[in-house]
Ligand binder design. Structure first.
Ligand SMILES: [Zn+2]
Length: 350
């Protein structure tokens, strides 16, 4: 009879929470999520395992150099004066020490091992667990490079990040991409509980109300773990907030009265849900099929209406034909500053 690993009747995937989980005994005992391909090993150690360890980032000097140089360069675009950064698993604080040279910011760490003593001398504050950080503190950026694969309860950590991160700040995470090296079929590292897939790491953070902004592979932790995934996420806004923001953008660009040029599919899906019909002076379209039909409660007019609205703002409500309509409106006397395109409204994603 086939041996099973452990009783896992109540076992759920730690990333996507499905119970479609199987256990395997080779190459060593572990679980596999059939939905998001996460693999994880039974936790082998006590909660206090890391407390007496030290030299957590000890590695070849070259590796530490390559890694810190790349991360420092990558982080530069996020830095600004007065910001507060938290790094989970800061070891002896070598990354924080160099990042602090790049901007007048405050850099804090969380580190359970003895390395925290050294980190304290370089950083602005170090706790031995993120659970010890006072809840009134907020950070403008949170970093966790090669930490999550070590942690048994990853959900608890990600929800802690949510609590500690400011509303607009980025969360930057790096974990091995499965084994962390394309040449290596399985990660036997005893400290690594989790082998993440791109789907499982996305599930883990999205379930904790984060929104994925970027996910890349092939990042360098060491010559061994040279295929890491880097994830950039931010707090997810609720649907109402997103909708209100879009209402505001239309209002900011168009004011309270405007002409719509284009009453087709883009108008229906991208414009009409976010404006008031009462603010529309008229809807114009050049298609004979559209002219005379009812759109958004209005009768669509032909291009002859353009010259009757010379002083008004125009929204070109079609993406595909926006350039030719822009030129045509301009030729008929509508100034460039009066014309708004869908690109103006939607292109800014910051
Ligand atoms: Zn899963």
């Amino acid at each position: 009879m086939k041996k099973t690993l452990l009783s896992y009747s109540a076992m759920r995937c730690p990333c996507c929470r499905t119970d479609e989980v199987i256990s395997r005994l080779t190459p060593e005992p572990h679980y596999v999520c059939k939905v998001c391909f996460h693999r994880w090993k039974p936790a082998f150690r006590t909660k206090h395992y890391y407390e007496n360890l030290s030299g957590r980032s000890k590695m070849l000097e070259d590796d530490l150099d390559i890694k810190n140089k790349e991360r420092r360069k990558f982080l530069k675009k996020y830095l600004y004066k007065g910001m507060r950064i938290l790094e989970l698993g800061c070891a002896e604080g070598s990354l924080g020490a160099v990042v602090k040279h790049d901007a007048a910011l405050a850099y804090y760490g969380a580190e359970p091992s003895q390395d925290a003593r050294i980190a304290e001398t370089k950083l602005d504050g170090v706790w031995n667990s993120i659970n010890k950080i006072p809840s009134y503190l907020q950070f403008d950026m949170i970093l966790a490079f090669h930490v999550l694969e070590h942690i048994n309860n990853t959900e608890e950590v990600i929800s802690g990040f949510y609590r500690l991160l400011s509303d607009s700040g980025p969360l930057i995470i790096e974990v091995p991409n499965f084994s962390g090296n394309k040449l290596v079929p399985w990660d036997f590292n005893k400290e690594h509980i989790h082998l993440f897939s791109s789907t499982s790491i996305s599930n883990l953070i999205e379930k904790q109300k984060f929104h994925l902004r970027e996910l890349g592979t092939g990042y360098y932790e060491s010559a061994i773990y040279n295929d890491s995934m880097r994830i950039i996420a931010c707090k997810r806004k609720n649907d109402r907030e997103v909708r209100c923001n879009l209402y505001d953008r239309f209002k900011r660009f168009l004011g309270d009265r405007f002409v719509i040029y284009g009453g087709g599919g883009d108008f229906e899906s991208l414009v009409s849900p976010y404006i008031r019909s009462s603010n529309i002076l008229c809807i114009i379209d050049s298609s004979k099929n559209k002219i005379g039909s009812k759109v958004f409660g209005r009768t669509v007019k032909g291009p002859e209406e353009i010259t009757k609205n010379l002083g008004e703002r125009f929204l070109i409500a079609t993406y595909r034909y926006q350039e030719e309509i822009f030129d045509m409106l301009n030729k008929k006397g509508i100034a460039k500053s009066q014309i708004v395109t869908l690109k103006d409204i939607f292109a800014d994603v910051s």
